[in-house]
Design a protein around this ligand. Structure first.
Ligand code: NAD
Length: 425
C-alpha cells in the first residue's frame, strides 16, 4: 500500500533517474555499447519472501531484496533499508548509486543495496531480530567479507548489523566474521567515527563547496530535511562550523526558527521521544517539509528520502547550495531547473560518501585486527572526501558541466575503465 502511495505522490522511478544521469555521463565519456549494456543494469538480483513469526503467533511474509549492481572494482558494498516503500526499482537504483559513489571516492568496492518491505515502527524488537536473522540466512551465499558487505541505511543501525554478524558467523561454524558488515557497534569491531561519518561527509563537502562559491560558513543559514543518522549529525556538525541551522524536520513535519536551533537540544528531544522522533518539538514554528525546501536559506541539505525535489518544486528553491545527504533526493527531471538557477548541487554520490568511506576503514580495521583512533579515522575520512571533491570540481570545470554530471563522469569513468581492463569475462 505504502508503495502505491509513494508512486502516486511522485510518479518518479528512482532507477530511471539514475539511468538518465548514467547515460549523460556515458555520452560525454563516449562509452561503447558493451560498457553501457553491462553498467546500465544490476549484475545480480536476489528477491525472497521471508515468513516471520510475529509476537501474536501469526506469520507474516516480508518481500526482501539484495541487488548487486557491480563487482568490477571490488566486492559489492551497500546498506540495508527497512521501509514500507522499499521495492525492486528503489533497491536497484540505490545499488547503482553505491557503485558510482564508491568509484567517485576511489574505494576498492563495487555497489549493492538491500531492502525489506516492512514497517519497523510497528514491529517489536523480537520481530525485527527474527526478520533480520531470516534475511541473513536467505543471503548466506550472497554476503561475504570479500563478496558483498552490507551496512545500515534507513531504519537500520548497529543493532541490525550485530544480528547479521551473529547469524552469519553461526552459519559458518562459529568463526567470527565482523568484516561481513560495517556500521557495527564499536564493541563488535565497529569503527570509531562510523555513526557520524555520513553527516561528517556532508559537512566536509559543504565547507569545500562554500569555499568555491566564496561564502564564509558563519555568514550562512541552512535547512536540513530528515533528522535521522545523516540529517541530525549533519545539522550538528554544520552548526559547529558556525552555520546557522534555521530549519530541521522529520516524518512528523518541519520546524523553523530564524534564530537557529541548538541542535544538541533537538537531538536530546528526539532521543527521549522514542519512535515519535521530533513530533511535538516546540523549539520553532511548525511548517511542512515542502515549505522547508523553499526556505530562503543559503544551504539546503535533503537528508531523508528520494524524489523530494522534482520539476514541480525545483523552481521554488532559494538556496544557492544543495548538499544531498540522502540518496536520490533530486529527481533527474529537476536537474536542468536547478542548473539554470545557478544552484550548486553536490550530488548524493559525493555528498553522502562519508558513510561508505568510514565503512571501508572499518572493514580494513577488521581485516587487519588493528584499530584506529577517532582522530585518525576523521583525518583519513576528510582527506578522502576533500580529494574526491576536488577531482569532481576540476572535472566540472574541464567539461563545463554541473557537479552532478562531473561526479558521474568520475565514477562511471573509473568503473568503465576497470571493466575494459578485466577483459571479456
Ligand atoms: P534514518 O532512518 O536514520 O533517518 C531518516 C530520517 O528521515 C528520519 O528522521 C525520518 O523521520 C525522516 N523522514 C522519513 N520520511 C520523511 C519525509 N517524508 N519527510 C521528511 N523526513 C522524513 O536514515 P538515515 O540513515 O539518516 O538515511 C537518510 C538518507 O541518507 C537515506 O536516503 C539514506 O539512503 C542516505 N544515506 C545514509 C547513510 C548512512 O550511513 N546512514 C549513508 C549514505 C546515505
Amino acid at each position: 500500500m505504502a508503495k502505491n502511495k509513494k508512486e502516486m505522490e511522485t510518479h518518479i522511478n528512482p532507477y530511471e533517474s539514475m539511468l538518465a544521469r548514467f547515460y549523460a555521463a556515458a555520452d560525454i565519456l563516449n562509452l561503447g555499447q558493451r560498457e553501457r549494456d553491462i553498467l546500465s543494469q544490476p549484475s545480480k538480483i536476489v528477491w525472497v519472501n521471508l515468513p516471520v513469526e510475529m509476537d501474536n503467533g501469526t506469520t507474516r511474509v516480508f518481500p526482501a531484496y539484495r541487488v548487486i549492481h557491480s563487482t568490477v572494482l571490488g566486492p559489492s558494498k551497500g546498506g540495508i533499508r527497512y521501509d514500507m516503500a522499499v521495492d525492486l526499482d528503489e533497491v536497484k537504483a540505490l545499488a547503482a548509486w553505491m557503485t558510482w559513489k564508491c568509484a567517485v571516492v576511489n574505494l576498492p568496492y563495487g555497489g549493492a543495496k538491500g531492502g525489506i518491505q516492512c514497517n519497523p515502527k510497528e514491529m517489536s524488537v523480537g520481530e525485527l531480530e527474527r526478520l533480520t536473522r531470516k534475511y541473513t540466512r536467505a543471503m548466506v551465499d550472497v554476503f561475504g567479507v570479500d563478496l558483498d558487505i552490507p551496512a545500515p541505511d534507513v531504519n537500520t543501525s548497529g543493532r541490525e548489523m550485530a544480528w547479521i554478524v551473529s547469524e552469519y558467523s553461526q552459519l559458518h561454524g562459529g568463526k567470527f566474521y565482523p568484516g561481513v558488515v560495517t556500521g557495527k557497534p564499536i564493541e563488535l569491531g565497529g569503527s570509531k567515527g562510523r555513526v557520524e561519518a555520513t553527516g561528517r561527509g556532508v559537512m566536509v563537502n559543504t565547507l569545500a563547496a562554500l569555499k568555491k562559491i566564496g561564502k564564509k560558513p558563519q555568514d550562512c543559514t541552512a535547512a536540513v530535511q530528515g533528522f535521522g543518522n545523516v540529517g541530525s549529525i549533519a545539522a550538528k556538525l554544520l552548526s559547529q562550523q558556525g552555520i546557522k541551522v534555521v530549519a530541521i524536520s522529520d516524518v512528523s513535519g518541519a520546524y523553523y526558527n530564524p534564530k537557529g536551533f541548538l541542535i544538541s537540544d533537538a537531538i536530546k528531544y528526539r532521543d527521549n521521544n522514542g519512535r515519535d522522533g521530533l513530533k511535538g518539538f516546540d523549539g520553532g514554528e511548525k511548517i511542512s517539509n515542502e515549505q522547508l525546501l523553499a526556505l530562503d536559506v543559503d544551504i539546503l541539505v535533503p537528508a531523508a528520502l528520494e524524489n523530494v525535489i522534482t520539476a514541480k518544486n525545483a523552481n521554488d528553491i532559494k538556496a544557492k547550495l544543495i548538499v544531498e545527504g540522502a540518496n536520490g533526493p533530486v529527481a533527474a527531471e529537476a536537474d536542468p531547473i536547478i542548473d539554470s538557477k545557478g544552484i550548486m548541487a553536490i550530488p548524493d554520490i559525493l555528498a553522502n560518501a562519508g558513510g561508505v568511506t568510514v565503512s571501508y576503514l572499518e572493514w580494513v580495521q577488521n581485516r587487519r585486527g588493528h584499530y584506529y583512533t577517532e582522530e585518525e579515522i576523521n583525518g583519513r575520512h576528510d582527506a578522502i572526501i576533500n580529494s574526491a571533491f576536488e577531482e569532481v570540481f576540476t572535472t566540472s570545470q574541464l567539461y563545463k558541466v554541473s557537479m552532478r554530471t562531473a561526479a558521474y563522469i568520475v565514477g562511471v569513468g573509473r568503473v568503465a575503465k576497470g571493466l575494459q581492463m578485466l577483459g571479456k569475462y
